[in-house]
Structures are given as structure tokens and as C-alpha cells.
Ligand binder design. Structure first.
Ligand code: IVH
Length: 249
């Protein structure tokens, strides 16, 4: 998250923004799946569907839409309260100010990552004085997002990829189900998403992305695995600030 300042309006997230626990190898990932099955009282051969996708090295953002209109865009902050950076978000082309299409709920929080592409980070730095240069695309995205002057943000090509659901008055059955609405509304999703249900498939996905990492236009810092079904997610709940239903490898 980011430290709260007095620069922006503070807004409480309708549903807390959690962070991910880490796995560092295949064994940790195996333990994660085993813990879930034990918690659910399931046999070791029970299959659970996971959505796997790259972990984007950016900043989390919570978009709150009411009757299809973008009302606020808040940073994670301390997980409960974030800063409303909506004036800067108006300049992000990837994020619609109005949802257009069918199935639009009365209220919905769409979460995702704000980031800068590697090439845009290099272009930005080339235009800055040495002492103003950013050390990596993530810092550049953070500096661009928390600008008080939206005209500066306008010149920074921030991008957005959605990866999570906060509050919604519409009941979604699964991440897949939620993502299909996001596609309808033209909200960007990762182009590298796989549904997998076994450790070897999960680890193969990690290896595949690792091998193509240099070809991805933005920085990633791992793979996220999350239980696809929301009822199962809710049964699993969380430990401290980390959900039991997701992990980053
Ligand atoms: S799922 C518990 N999917 O990683 C929240 N998060 O500490 C579950 N992140 O702040 C989030 N890429 O902003 C998810 N594909 C992805 C992600 C992703 C980046 C960020 C997220 C969160 C942090 C985890």
C-alpha cells in the first residue's frame, strides 16, 4: 500500500483490500493447495479450480462504480482507507468513466493494478532531470498517480489491468463469471490467464510465464493463484491481512 497523506480525499473501501501471502517454490505452492483442501475437509484428490495470472508490479487501485458511473478511484492505503485519485484517473484511457453494456450492477468495486509499460518508463525518464528520474516503472507509476496536478498525470501513459472484485450488489459465482462482465464492459484484463486445477499445471504456468517474462511489456513480480469459486473463497476467509484462497509465487 501507500502512506496516507493530506493531499487527497480519504475514502473507506466497502470491502477491505487485502495483500497476498507468498510461496517461494513448488513445495510452498503444494502446501497452499493442501491447506485449502484440509480446511474444506476435502480428500487429497479433490480438484479445486484456480485462476492463475501474472502478478503485475504496479499499484493497486479500487474503482467504485455506482449505476455504471465511476464515483471514486482509491489507492489501497492501509487496506481499509485509501486516497481518492479520481481526478488523475480521468486521464487513464484504459479506465471507463461510464460502464456501457449489459449486466451493469447498481454498485460495484473493481480492483486492479495501475502500471507503466517498460518502454513508457524509459521515455519518461529520458525527459526528466537526473535528480527527478524514477528508479523503476512501479515508482514512476506511483509518482504519476499521486500527482496533485492532473495535467502532469495526463502526460504519463498509465495503464490498468483488473484483477479483483470488491463489493458488488450483484452475486458472481466465480472469478471467471466476474471477468466475463469486465470483458463486456471493455475493462482490461491480463492476456495471460489460465484456469488450472492441479499442482503440475499450476507450476507449468509459472515456468511458461517465467520463460516469456522479457517479452511482457510491463514488469511482473510473480504469479498469483486464486480460488475461482467465490463461495469457496468466502468459506476459506483470511488470516490477518492475507486471504486463505490466494497466494503469490
Ligand atoms: S489478486 C488479496 N491478482 O498484488 C488480494 N493481485 O499483495 C488479491 N497484484 O495489492 C489480489 N497483480 O494489488 C491479484 N493478478 C493479480 C495481481 C495482484 C498484482 C497486487 C494486488 C495486491 C498485491 C498483493
Amino acid at each position: 500500500g501507500t502512506k496516507l497523506s493530506n493531499k487527497f480525499e480519504k475514502i473507506e473501501h466497502k470491502v477491505k483490500m487485502l495483500s497476498l501471502a507468498n510461496a517461494f517454490n513448488k513445495k510452498d505452492l503444494e502446501d497452499f493447495i493442501e491447506r485449502i483442501k484440509k480446511f474444506l475437509n476435502k480428500a487429497p484428490n479433490y480438484k479445486i479450480n484456480f485462476i492463475s495470472e501474472p502478478k503485475i508490479d504496479g499499484l493497486s487501485l479500487n474503482l467504485y462504480y455506482k449505476r455504471g458511473r465511476l464515483i471514486s478511484a482509491t489507492t489501497r492505503g492501509d487496506g481499509s482507507i485509501g486516497e481518492n485519485v479520481i481526478k488523475n484517473i480521468y486521464n487513464v484511457k484504459d479506465i471507463p468513466k461510464k460502464l456501457i453494456g449489459s449486466n451493469i450492477p447498481k454498485e460495484i468495486e473493481i480492483r486492479g493494478e495501475i502500471y507503466l509499460e517498460k518502454k513508457d518508463f524509459l521515455i519518461l525518464n529520458s525527459k526528466l532531470e537526473d535528480k527527478e528520474k524514477f528508479s523503476n516503472p512501479r515508482n514512476a507509476a506511483a509518482g504519476s498517480l499521486r500527482q496533485l496536478d492532473p495535467n502532469i498525470t495526463k502526460k504519463r501513459p498509465l495503464k490498468f489491468i483488473a484483477h479483483g472484485l470488491g463489493y458488488s450488489n450483484k452475486k458472481y459465482l466465480s472469478i471467471e463469471d466476474f471477468y466475463s462482465d469486465l470483458s463486456l464492459w471493455k475493462i482490461p484484463l491480463s492476456k495471460m490467464i489460465e484456469k488450472v486445477n492441479a499442482i503440475n499445471l499450476m507450476y507449468d504456468f509459472y515456468k511458461k510465464i517465467e520463460n516469456s517474462r522479457s517479452k511482457i511489456s510491463y514488469d511482473i513480480d510473480g504469479i498469483v493463484y486464486k480460488v475461482n469459486n467465490y463461495d469457496i473463497q468466502n468459506r476459506l476467509g483470511f488470516v490477518g491481512k492475507n486471504p486463505r484462497w490466494a497466494i503469490a509465487l
